[in-house]
Design a protein around this ligand. Structure first.
Ligand SMILES: NC(=O)C1=CN([C@@H]2O[C@H](COP(=O)(O)OP(=O)(O)OC[C@H]3O[C@@H](n4cnc5c(N)ncnc54)[C@H](OP(=O)(O)O)[C@@H]3O)[C@@H](O)[C@H]2O)C=CC1
Ligand SMILES: O=C1OC[C@@H](O)[C@H](O)[C@H]1O
Length: 364
């Protein structure tokens, strides 16, 4: 074990909903449980736009240390000098303004997926982060999960599957048909593509777009976007990408009214065999490698918690090292490209959110 003092990363938490709870539980988990000793996380502050008491209850329920401050507004928290980086956990339409608020107050940002509603908003955030020389990342946690990194190594460096020819990825969950729930509500950025479809698309990016022989060359896309009469958002979306440099195809599907089949959530097929990932594809802790003519082998990467600490660790190391973005989730080449693809899929489907939700600030 290194004798150097670990780098302390001081987090501010913006919003107190479902995913903020998981993220904070992971920040508070001892880093030693995942064999990490070079960094540590501190929850310096929690803010709620609802009320101070909601922020206080959140810190109490999650057993945050007594030093954790509670704020009844996001605006107050971003002025706290003890906060180094803010984790944004509001519904997607607020990511753009929330991130600007943080950057304008000199804070680094780790913002939940999707980064914003559209590519224009993401491009503006990148411009502001660069002008202010601040670290920023999209909290696409899948990109930092150990099993995922191992799969990338196996197929890109070791080339265990030979030529990768096809990748299927699906995230489908059957949600209660509540038009007010953020998953269906257009004013909260509802719809399959932005909420769940981004994950199977991420798998296409991780395996094919980022393949060294493709070198982040954009694929040719075809897509279908099925809207629901409930609220008009997409309930089911399919995106197929052709990667001519690889001779490969990626098929990404998502649905709000059916569930991913238990057989696999991701199937990566190559000339020498395949890799199967069981549901759920966001944070897999195991996968099965089946090479032609060999017995299938399941490889496990246990996750001692939700698995959100891996993205937090990557952010902390980047801050410690003075970097402005993380490696496996680059701002222009990964997050902005993802938003451009999703813009295109929505445009082909003839779907737009309200002007308010799609807006960028004037002069952006
Ligand atoms: N990485 C992952 O696995 C997951 C990521 N997500 C992402 O995280 C984001 C939040 O999702 P989730 O935690 O499920 O959402 P919740 O509805 O559970 O929480 C959202 C929180 O945002 C704040 N908020 C501010 N303005 C509003 C508003 N007008 N309406 C509703 N909430 C508001 C509230 O906190 P307060 O009152 O304290 O300000 C609220 O509790 C989404 O963008 C989603 O894509 C979601 C689930 C899983
Ligand atoms: O990121 C997510 O992953 C899990 C889903 O249930 C949730 O709606 C989504 O936001």
């Amino acid at each position: 074990m290194s004798s150097q003092k670990p780098y302390t990363c001081k987090w501010g938490i913006l919003a107190t909903g479902g995913i903020a709870k998981n993220f904070v539980e992971d920040l508070l988990a001892p880093a030693s449980e995942r064999n990490v000793s070079d960094i540590r996380h501190v929850v310096s502050a929690v803010s709620s736009s609802s009320s101070l008491s909601r922020a206080q209850e959140f810190t109490k329920d999650l057993k945050c240390p007594k030093e954790t401050k509670a704020y009844g507004s996001y605006e107050e928290m971003v002025k706290d000098p003890e906060v180094e980086i803010v984790y944004i956990a509001t519904p997607h339409p607020f990511h753009y303004e929330n991130t600007l608020l943080c950057l304008e107050n000199g804070k680094a940002v780790c913002c939940e997926k999707p980064f914003t509603i559209n590519a224009k908003q993401t491009a503006h955030l990148i411009k502001v982060a660069r002008e202010k020389n601040l670290f920023m990342m999209e909290a696409m946690w899948t990109r930092f999960i150990p099993a995922v990194l191992e799969i990338q190594r196996l197929i890109h460096q070791e080339k265990v599957l030979g030529d990768v020819v096809r990748v299927f990825a699906d995230l489908s969950q059957s949600f209660p048909k509540d038009p007010k729930h953020r998953i269906y509500a257009p004013e909260l950025g509802g719809g399959a593509l932005l909420d769940v479809g981004i994950y199977p698309l991420t798998w296409q990016m991780l395996t094919l777009y980022q393949h060294p022989d493709n070198a982040r060359t954009l694929p040719d896309f075809t897509s279908t976007f099925l809207t629901t009469p409930l609220t008009g958002v997409d309930a089911s979306t399919v995106v197929v990408g052709n990667y001519p440099k690889l001779g490969a195809q990626g098929i990404s599907t998502s649905c709000l009214t059916a569930r991913t089949h238990s057989a696999y959530a991701v199937l990566i097929q190559g000339s020498k065999g395949d890799i199967r990932i069981p549901p759920m594809l966001m944070n897999p802790s195991k996968f099965t490698l089946e090479l032609k003519g060999e017995e299938p082998k399941t490889i496990e990467f246990p996750i001692p918690g939700h698995g959100m600490f891996y993205e937090a660790d990557a952010a902390a190391r980047a801050l410690r090292d003075g970097k402005k973005e993380v490696d496996n989730c680059r701002l222009e080449e990964d997050s902005l490209v993802m938003m451009k693809i999703m813009d295109e899929v929505r445009a082909k489907g003839g779907f737009k959110y309200s002007d308010d939700v799609e807006a960028v600030r004037s002069g952006a």
